[in-house]
Design a protein around this ligand. Structure first.
Ligand SMILES: [Zn+2]
Ligand SMILES: [Zn+2]
Length: 80
């Protein structure tokens, strides 16, 4: 099992900053409050958080797995 920790930092973006009015994945228009994110692997644009999860799992499974593996053996905190 792999649990991925998404950056818990919420940054409000104005519509102008986003340059997008709808989700790049499901193409639904954004309503007042949406949790959005972008893809770590490509430049698809702004998506709903949930849509990004689906997109990454379907489009970038291999890259995701290699990313998980490169981080797996690394300790969370490096006390030297
Ligand atoms: Zn969406
Ligand atoms: Zn992508």
């Amino acid at each position: 099992m792999s649990l991925l920790w998404r950056d818990p930092w919420l940054k409000p973006l104005s519509r102008h900053d986003l340059g997008a009015e709808k989700c790049s994945y499901c193409e639904k228009r954004f309503v007042q409050i949406e949790f959005v994110t972008s893809c770590d692997f490509c430049e698809i644009g702004v998506m709903h958080d949930q849509c990004a999860n689906k997109h990454i799992l379907s489009e970038h499974k291999k890259q995701l797995e290699s990313k998980i593996n490169t981080h797996r053996d690394r300790p969370l905190h490096d006390y030297q």
